[in-house]
Design a protein around this ligand. Sequence first.
Ligand code: HEM
Length: 229
Amino acid sequence: MQLLRGAAGVAAFLGMAKRQFDPDSKPYVDTETGLTFASYTSERGITFRVAIPDPVPADNDFETVLQLIAPHDVGWAGFAWGGTMTYNPLAIAWANGTTNVVLSSRIAYGYYTPPEYPQAQYTILKTGTHVNATHWQLTTSCKGCSAWGDDEIGKTNIDPQYQTTMAFAYSNNPVDTPASPESSFGIHDSLGHPIFDLMTGKNADFGAKITKLSGASPAPRDVAEECEE
Ligand code: HEM
């Protein structure tokens, strides 16, 4: 019998692998944005999707896209990038009236209303963000949602090579001031910890696609150089 050597050998012997378990997320191609997501829908009918770049940079500090779709009778829904309530970027969204969706970047340092968290920089993508008769939908990019923290709270990053436990929470009650991202809101009615396989949400030319979806104009070209004979 061949000898199993080192950590890889032990892992193989124990039947462990980076992607051993059936994830809760499924691959999803969104025809509206053209992005491929790892997508999870909760029992309450709230969908959370994550897209990442292909290739993934070696330091795992990359831009991400979150798509969140919720029925109108959901007051707020939140996504925790690190899979717990505390010490990781939280994206919380809600509908403001019948046309707008508001996104708030927060972080929790305990089990109380999470304060704002400017370190995660979200850009709402116009394509993919809207309200219809039954649902509100947000699509946003984020810088600072795959790697976060500092010496004080510790540094963490998502490694898409491994299946990733995310977390979500929602409330059936509306937030206090829907027009404001700084709004206070009450505790969740329910939450979950779905396992995502982010490798199924990889996208080539990710940065260019995000710029296009955000409605931003591309970087200006050097006209002088172009006009040179
Ligand atoms: C007013 C706002 C909030 C309050 C007062 C609150 C409070 C709490 C409390 C008391 C627990 C239970 C802890 C336990 O029994 O173990 C909890 C757990 C949890 N909360 Fe919140 N929460 C709030 C907002 C949020 C938001 C916005 C999210 C995510 C986006 C979130 C995600 C979670 C998760 C995932 C757990 C399960 C424990 C964990 O995985 O860390 N919470 N929360």
